[in-house]
Design a protein around this ligand. Sequence first.
Ligand SMILES: Cc1cc2nc3c(=O)[nH]c(=O)nc-3n(C[C@H](O)[C@H](O)[C@H](O)COP(=O)(O)O)c2cc1C
Length: 365
Amino acid sequence: MSANFGRQFRLSIFGESHGGGIGMVIDGIPAGFPIDEDAIAYHMARRAPGNDPTATARKEPDRVKIVSGILDGHATGAPLCGIIENTNTRSGDYAQLRSRIRPGHADYAGFVKYNGYNDPRGGGHFSGRITAPLVFAGSIARQILQKQGITVGAHIAAIGPLCDSRFDPVNLTADALTALHSLRFPLLNADMETPMRAHIDAARMRQDSTGGVIECAATGVRAGVGSPFFDSLESVTAHLLFSVPAVKGVEFGDGFAISQLHSSESNDPMRVADGHVICTSNHNGGITGGITNGMPVILRAAIKPTPSISRTQQSVNIETMENTDLAITGRHDPCIVPRAVVVIESALALALCELLMDDAATHFI
Ligand SMILES: Cc1cc2nc3c(=O)[nH]c(=O)nc-3n(C[C@H](O)[C@H](O)[C@H](O)COP(=O)(O)O)c2cc1C
């Protein structure tokens, strides 16, 4: 397995959904950097399960025990290790999944790759639970970014076919992004909450699940962040986003839709305003040549429907190599999207932090 990310902000995650715990080691936080543990807990609570009808009933406080790396509220410069206990496991729910494979989940691919030794309980290391360490690391990255005047935020852009409004790609503000953090079902158009929740609930009642899209942005990013060729901001961010379980699509700016424009439409016109270069549109999502151009960075991630559903599905028994039917028991998110909002934000925060730290011109303390 590859559980490591980054050359500057070096993150290593560990754990399995129903093991003793999950956690992370972060190496590279500048010594003396002040760390706000309340802010970390705030973002961890946004992802924690059991707090909303759209989420799994598994209740986990996701409190992080800091083992090393912080003293008197400041990074010591040593690797920061944090551990989150798994307190609410019901591994019995997964007894049948040792041999019977969940369609759409990682069970078959993981079984083949790890010769059947992978932990299948609750998805093991493939569980959405493993995004908790990502949110922890992302919360520290956000604090580093905040010192640079950068804010990251996201909203639910779609649930199934139902769409929220889009971010204003030119005039987006840090306050608008921060306001979204406190919403359990973050939308720009609050009128969409009732129909979207009804769509999720209707799927659940049919023993099914639904997916959606998350739109995420960063404001305050100066021009010049990103190291092409392979460490362009798009490459590094996409690497992190596609590491998040259930993400099946990523687009920056207008994304796939930009291919339907003419250049006279997709080129963002440039002006000088108050001594700064700005664009009057933002079809490129604040990134050109893999490097930020000073406009808001904007991306969208497509999240698939939760694979574990209680409706009977065709599957296989990997021990007997026979066809079988499978009705999955256990506690699952009827829709992953609301809990994944903070995870997508964390991926963008980590990518920006990694590339800013790579830049000698950036001062962190
Ligand atoms: C926050 C979050 C929560 C998730 N919850 C569940 C869940 O309750 N049940 C489930 O089957 N999959 C859940 N997933 C998705 C699976 O982990 C994922 O679909 C699986 O590992 C297969 O990977 P892939 O979808 O990237 O192909 C969740 C993912 C995230 C990010």
